[in-house]
Design a protein around this ligand. Structure first.
Ligand SMILES: Nc1nc2c(ncn2[C@@H]2O[C@H](COP(=O)(O)OP(=O)(O)O)[C@@H](O)[C@H]2O)c(=O)[nH]1
Ligand SMILES: [Mg+2]
Length: 290
């Protein structure tokens, strides 16, 4: 069998998580229109019997403003070392700038690379030609592939290209493994996704979800989770008038979780103010951000 590791890196919002979900044909990593949605390094496992490929989704590399941001950058860069191939995802509708140059300077240059120019559904041909030219100059040894992950365009081509880089190797994970993360991680990410999607810009990124309990009962799964916010004022926004907001978030999360667990879900959500948790090493560790 052939097997190996593939890091998916790039700036926030380029479409990395959308691509890993498309490659694996299931939602292992949450996607929103907000930058810095992905906070953890998440491994998603592809296995077709002939190939086992471990795709590593990473937080976007960005200018870090707090401790969590620094952990996220470090995680992304660390996971690009020692892999068989790096997929660098770029948003083709944006011009190459110093943020992209920072990534070019940070990535190891001894690992084969595929540059994916994503979101080509948003641009016209001349712009696509231009951005390809730029990346060709910046990464002369890389293969370059245009893509629209949202339209599933060139996902199969990407998978086939990745396969050509896989050496003979063992099955690193059990044949039926999907991700390296457990149910608690998935629960906290789904609740966080619904929060991000329904709060728009009112509460920016200073939200985290801690799963306090998952109990499997005969006919249902009981889940208790706490939403951590940075400020007292954010608590009110998350809860909403008469508890309306948090109720609707709970309903949406429950629907997704019922599909995942294939069981009735009883979900209790609490909100707690933890000032500056995003810079607090103890809380970051407790939340699993290391
Ligand atoms: N138009 C368009 N939008 C995309 C494409 N791929 C991803 N997106 C959107 O870009 C946003 C960020 O995607 P996400 O996968 O979370 O990016 P990440 O931060 O790199 O993981 C989401 O709103 C996606 O729906 C694409 O091919 N075309
Ligand atoms: Mg992501």
């Amino acid at each position: 069998m052939k097997s190996g590791f593939v890091a998916i890196v790039g700036r926030p919002n380029a479409g990395k998580s959308t691509i890993i979900n498309a490659l694996l044909e299931r939602d292992i990593s949450i996607v929103t229109e907000k930058a810095q949605t992905t906070r953890n390094v998440i491994k998603g496992i592809y296995d077709d019997g002939e190939y086992q490929i471990v795709f590593v989704d990473t937080p976007g590399i960005h200018k870090a403003r707090h401790s969590l941001g620094k952990i996220m950058n470090q995680g992304a860069l660390d996971s690009s070392k020692g892999v068989d191939v790096i997929i660098l995802v770029v948003d083709g509708s944006r011009k190459f700038d110093e943020g992209d140059q920072f990534i070019a300077n940070s990535l190891p240059n001894n690992v084969p690379m595929i540059v994916v120019i994503n979101k080509i559904d948003l641009i016209r041909l001349p712009q696509a030609v231009e951005i390809k030219k730029v990346y060709h100059e910046k990464y002369p040894h890389a293969e370059i592939l245009e893509m629209s992950a949202i339209e599933n365009f060139n996902i199969d081509e990407l998978l086939n290209k990745v396969k050509t880089f896989m050496p003979e190797g063992p099955r690193y994970y059990p044949e039926d493994a999907i991700s390296d993360k457990d149910a608690a991680f998935y629960v906290s990410e789904i609740v966080r996704e619904k929060l991000l999607l329904s709060l728009k810009e009112e509460v920016p990124h200073e939200l985290a979800v801690r799963v306090d309990e998952i109990t499997h009962k005969k006919n249902e799964v009981y889940i208790k989770a706490t939403i951590l916010v940075d400020k007292e004022s954010h608590k009110g926004i998350v809860i909403g008038k008469g508890g309306k907001k948090i109720k609707s978030i709970g309903i949406k999360a429950r629907a997704t979780l019922e599909e995942y667990f294939n069981k009735h879900i009883f979900l209790e959500l609490f909100v707690s103010v933890k000032e500056d948790w995003i810079n607090n090493p103890r809380i970051l560790k407790e939340l699993g951000y290391k």
